[in-house]
Design a protein around this ligand. Structure first.
Ligand SMILES: [Zn+2]
Length: 117
């Protein structure tokens, strides 16, 4: 009986540890460089346009060119929570051929970004 109990509780424990590892990893990444888009978490350095644009045409230091242009967000207005944004980003990444697990990992930091706080 004890062994079957252990078998059934392992995936939960694994998930818990995994979540903690991911949390610590994303936390240090954000603290080391706050140069990530505050909407989707994309590294600003990798943004070919250097960031989104404000109404006056200047480059935004907060948001990337995929999220932000002319002073407003490009994401659909229905996306108003971090959870919806995560689903949206995973969907977009999968469409562009990115591995689902990587897409999931890459969106873990979204709830801690400025736009969703
Ligand atoms: Zn972005």
């Amino acid at each position: 009986m004890a062994s079957s109990e252990m078998y059934h509780s392992t995936p939960l424990l694994f998930r818990y540890i995994w979540n903690e590892v991911v949390f610590l990893l994303t936390k240090t990444t954000i603290m080391e460089s706050n140069q990530v888009c505050q909407s989707c978490g994309y590294p600003m350095k990798k943004d070919k346009q250097g960031g989104g644009t404000e109404k006056d045409g200047s480059i935004s230091k907060k948001y990337c060119s995929m999220c932000y242009a002319n002073g407003s967000f490009l994401t659909p207005s229905t996306i108003d929570t971090a959870e919806k944004m995560q689903m949206f980003c995973i969907d977009q990444m999968k469409k562009s051929g990115i591995n689902g697990i990587f897409a999931w990992l890459a969106t873990r930091a979204i709830p801690r970004l400025e736009r969703w706080r």
